[in-house]
Write a new protein. Structure first.
Length: 286
């Protein structure tokens, strides 16, 4: 308002003096008037901006107050959660202690299993070494010896022992069976099970009804060779036929069927010998 009064006074003065001032002075007064007018306009703009900013500050202040209330509610919720945690601390410690005990017990059990597995591996190695010591390197190439859980498995392909569809032992097999007999004689108190296995191809012989018959007859032939030709006590021998129902390979391929046509000689220690072997098994190294 002060700026506007000054402007009006200046205009009045200019009008009153028009008659007695020169054109030069008039121009100067006109320029001063325009400058004052610009200052007035700028003051109006500044005033409007100030009023707008004042409203923005009020909005920000309201938002800040709302945020403050939300923070208060969050703080209260956190404090309640903390109080509950403190109240449950005793029960939580008991649960953690129980869990630690269970983990320790589990670790001890796992350690026992590992030690038992190492003991079993040592026993198997000892059995393999002792049962094959009568075989030289060339003989080991012809006899497949495997020890599993204290039981010795000797697997022979049937094409090495018999002609196709026959249960008569051929002459070529006698040398190999003699080597196996050496192993059996090393352990006179062990039982010997001979198992015959076939593929699923049906047999067509007048004196053989099916693969059950063929597998059992082949096992019986091997047992009789061990008894009659190599002097194995027959009371230790058992003949069994498993037919086509114990495959170790895929019967849909010729190679698989050939692997399944086999005779297995299984040497099993009696309970007292087995326990004796466990006692003599070498300890594992830490």
């Amino acid at each position: 308002m002060r700026l506007r009064s000054l402007t009006i006074a200046a205009v009045a003065a200019m009008l009153g003096l028009t008659g007695c001032v020169s054109n030069k002075k008039y121009v100067a007064l006109q320029a001063e008037h325009e400058s004052l007018q610009k200052q007035y306009n700028a003051s109006q703009v500044e005033l409007a901006e100030t009023r707008a900013n004042g409203k923005s500050l009020e909005t920000l202040l309201a938002q800040a107050r709302a945020n403050n209330e939300e923070l208060k509610r969050s703080h209260a919720a956190l404090q309640k959660s903390l109080d509950n945690s403190i109240n449950q601390n005793t029960q939580g410690n008991a649960n953690i202690s129980k869990l630690v005990d269970e983990i320790n017990a589990s670790n001890r059990y796992i350690k026992q299993l590992v030690e038992a597995k190492s003991k079993s591996d040592s026993l198997n190695l000892a059995l393999t070494t002792r049962l094959t010591r009568s075989l030289d390197a060339s003989e080991m190439d012809e006899v497949n010896v495997k020890v599993l859980k204290g039981v010795v498995y000797i697997s022979l392909a049937d094409n090495m022992l018999f002609k196709s569809g026959s249960y008569d032992v051929n002459e070529r097999a006698m040398e190999t069976l003699g080597k196996i007999a050496k192993i059996i004689k090393d352990y006179r108190d062990y039982d010997v099970l001979v198992e015959g296995n076939t593929d699923p191809v049906p047999i067509n012989r007048t004196n053989i009804r099916n693969n059950w018959d063929l597998s059992a007859l082949r096992a019986s032939s091997i047992v009789q060779v061990l008894q009659n030709d190599f002097g194995i006590d027959p009371s230790r021998l058992t003949a069994a036929g498993r037919g086509e129902f114990n495959p170790i390979a895929d019967n849909t391929t010729e190679v698989g069927r050939q692997r399944n046509r086999r005779t297995e000689i299984i040497i099993t220690p009696k309970l007292d010998q087995f326990l004796d072997l466990i006692d003599k098994a070498p300890e594992t190294q830490e």
